[in-house]
Design a protein around this ligand. Structure first.
Ligand code: GDP
Ligand code: MG
Length: 179
């Protein structure tokens, strides 16, 4: 039987320095680097997933770059996206507060064919920094993520490779179950 292919455009959004590029690099290329390099323009990485016996998923992870400072992206960028990873840095409260703004931007600019918002997963990144002190003012993410309509949330570390696969698999499962 011929496998069918599904192309999924997934956006990775959140403030500058939260680890978006690192998460994509970890997931797609299994690498991590301390070297800070602000990406310029829009970049995307591709990962093929043998989803089930019938389906091959071409997962396109879109990295925004250099445009984070404006707190929003253009409609053109969001076009045809079927899911999103919203990332913040657990050591910086301002990046968490920005999540509400990013989720609003996403939902105002893209929706599924049936009018519902595209599945989004919340990533609380840099959880490896726990011993150096995480942000004390973070609320319970379980409640927050439900209130703001995320399909799931994970504490992640691109550095230690914690929950990156789990978070992305959760998103893809949700996307694939929408149909
Ligand atoms: P972006 O601007 O959101 O794309 O963020 P980057 O991926 O460029 O990461 C910004 C900085 O945070 C870099 O120095 C990364 O090495 C670092 N970083 C990213 N993810 C993690 C993580 O999970 N843990 C730690 N400790 N540092 C991270
Ligand atoms: Mg980047």
């Amino acid at each position: 039987m011929q496998q069918q292919e599904r192309l999924l455009k997934v956006l990775v959004i959140g403030d500058l320095g939260v680890g978006k590029t690192s998460i994509i690099k970890r997931y797609v290329h299994q690498v991590f680097s301390q070297h800070y390099r602000a990406t310029i323009g829009v970049d995307f990485a591709l990962k093929m997933l043998n989803w089930d016996h019938k389906t091959m998923v071409r997962l396109q992870l879109w990295d925004i770059a250099g445009q984070e400072r404006y707190g929003n992206m253009t409609r053109v960028y969001y076009r045809e996206a079927v899911g999103a990873l919203l990332v913040f840095d657990m050591t910086r409260l301002s990046t968490f507060q920005a999540i509400i703004k990013w989720k609003g931007d996403l939902d105002s600019k893209v929706a599924l064919g049936n009018g519902r918002s595209v599945p989004a997963v919340l990533l609380a990144n840099k959880c490896d920094q726990r011993r150096h002190g995480l942000c004390p003012k973070l609320p319970k993410l379980e409640n927050f993520s439900r209130e703001y309509g995320f399909v799931g949330w994970y504490e992640t570390s691109a550095k230690d490779n914690t929950n990156i696969d789990a978070a992305i698999t959760c998103l893809v499962k949700n996307i694939m179950s929408v149909e």
